[in-house]
Design a protein around this ligand. Structure first.
Ligand SMILES: [Zn+2]
Length: 148
């Protein structure tokens, strides 16, 4: 599978729009059913609204009706390991399990595979908000006790 993912990411990286940083990134996000989604970075003259390759790939995956990411491959045009930025790590967290593999690659091969938990330890995610109803109950009890 990673061979196909490398090809998808490489093709996406070739399409990156990075006239400012000249740093091209290609991503391949694998959905739970094995479908692959490419992403590349898309820069902007207003730097702050630049879109990372990871976000590009994951939003396509979601737009296609998929719910979860099974694995991710990130490829950078620099000589060093290209890891997702902080914002992307949190973005990935929304749609992936903590043990999801993230393959860090160059143009031809995977250099290192890490888990999401390795990149974003002690993270905050959707599971924290799932307990919201329980927190409301606790708050109501506290307020009720104060009235007495
Ligand atoms: Zn990013």
């Amino acid at each position: 599978m990673t061979k196909r993912m490398l090809k998808v990411a490489r093709k996406a990286m070739e399409k990156a729009y990075a006239p400012y940083s000249k740093y091209h990134v290609g991503v391949c996000a694998e959905a739970e059913d094995g479908m692959l989604f490419p992403g590349c970075n898309v820069e902007n003259a207003s730097y702050g609204i630049t879109i990372c390759a990871e976000v590009n790939a994951i939003t396509s995956l979601i737009a296609a009706g998929k719910k979860r990411i099974k694995s991710l491959l990130v490829m950078g045009s620099g000589g060093e390991l290209c890891t997702p930025c902080g914002r992307c790590r949190q973005f990935i967290r929304e749609f992936a399990s903590l043990d999801m593999p993230i393959h860090l690659a160059d143009k031809s091969k995977v250099l290192k595979t890490v888990t999401l938990d390795c990149l974003l330890p002690m993270s905050f995610g959707p599971d924290h908000l799932a307990k919201k109803d329980m927190k409301k109950t606790v708050i109501k009890k506290v307020k009720h006790n104060k009235r007495k």
